[in-house]
Design a protein around this ligand. Structure first.
Ligand SMILES: [Zn+2]
Ligand SMILES: [Zn+2]
Length: 326
């Protein structure tokens, strides 16, 4: 039987039997169905649906609904959508990734892109958390193996305010946790991640901070793991620059930090190290060290700025802990 009104997601089903129920309010059973229905919402120019299925921690998330919807609508109108190709789908507990290619064009020119999207389930709803993009068709974007993402603790979660416990031994489980933390940090494009941010109240964090090799030259730093760290000394000289935090999405503010520090810590192989760090590495270490002490970067900004950000923080806490996007 011929399909009268095919669903734009390319499922070869009637729209009414495919993505339409989701667009009309039925919750998607999994992240793959959500992803498909978001794609067809873009094709059909349904900005409301995109907004409703976006995680409040998404960098694009905005309370200025009108302009947000307007920009979604512009995207829908600007491009011709040809087809959706699903490359990979992984799900674990309340987290999922979908890697897909959208074949599309703009004014006759190819505008195909591949995206690895991250989804998180809040309450009973799957939501789009964030995505990493590649231009064109990029099947190599699919990572082998199991999904190794961890759920983040966001502003307002009590684990972020606890002083974390020291570790007594380096176990296989701990090494697995570090692997998962690395993947989570990379998925969210973070410069560091502390164990309390993934709901483990232990004295462990990782960093991946850029290193300034010359005044205008920045090299992507390597991933470093710190267990039971101690800040032995910090320079009197400080520097101020905007900082962000994966637990407080969308907020950036100036924080003053020492330029140089000396840190003693256990590395993942169990050896005790004493090292000096400068610049962004020092900043990332101090930011993450604060996390294991139950301190957030917003505690370190000047009181006037703090007052200014109060409404933003209250709003963030509300929308995240209400477990719904709107
Ligand atoms: Zn569909
Ligand atoms: Zn942070």
């Amino acid at each position: 039987m011929a399909i009268v009104n095919p669903c734009p997601c390319g499922s070869n089903k009637e729209y009414a039997l495919c993505c339409k129920p989701f667009h009309q309010g039925a919750p998607a059973e999994n992240a793959l169905l959500l992803m498909r229905s978001r794609y067809s919402a873009y094709v059909l120019n349904l900005p409301d649906y995109i907004v409703k299925t976006t995680h409040p921690a998404n960098p694009q998330y905005s309370d200025h609904l009108f302009s947000w919807k307007r920009s979604i609508s512009k995207f829908s109108k600007k491009f011709s959508f040809h087809s959706l190709e699903i490359l990979d789908f992984k799900e674990k507990n309340a987290l999922a990734t979908v890697t897909f290619t959208v074949h599309m064009s703009q004014g006759g020119r190819d505008a195909t892109f591949t995206e690895k999207s991250y989804f998180e389930k809040m309450g009973s709803l799957w939501l789009y958390r964030s995505g990493q993009l590649e231009e064109g068709y990029a099947p190599n974007f699919v990572t082998a193996g199991l999904l190794r993402l961890l759920p983040l603790a966001y502003y307002g979660d009590s684990v972020l305010r606890k002083k974390a416990e020291p570790l007594t031994e380096i176990t296989k489980e701990l090494k697995d946790l570090v692997e998962e933390m690395i993947e989570t940090m990379e998925a969210c494009d973070g410069m560091g991640l502390a164990a309390p941010q993934v709901h483990h109240s232990i004295r462990l964090f990782i960093i991946c901070a850029p290193i300034e090799i010359a005044p205008d030259q920045i090299e992507l730093g390597e991933i470093k793991v710190f267990i039971n760290p101690k800040i032995l000394s910090s320079s009197e000289e400080t520097w101020e620059t905007p900082e962000g935090c994966l637990s407080i999405p969308s907020l950036r503010c100036n924080v003053k930090r020492p330029k140089e520090i000396t840190v003693e810590y256990l590395s993942l192989d169990g050896s005790l190290r004493k090292e000096r760090f400068t610049g962004w590495e020092a900043r990332a270490i101090l930011h993450e060290y604060d996390h294991i002490e139950g301190i957030l970067f917003i505690d370190r900004i000047d009181p006037q700025e703090q007052t200014k950000f109060q409404p933003f923080l209250q709003n963030l806490e509300k929308r995240i802990h209400d477990g719904r996007a709107l």
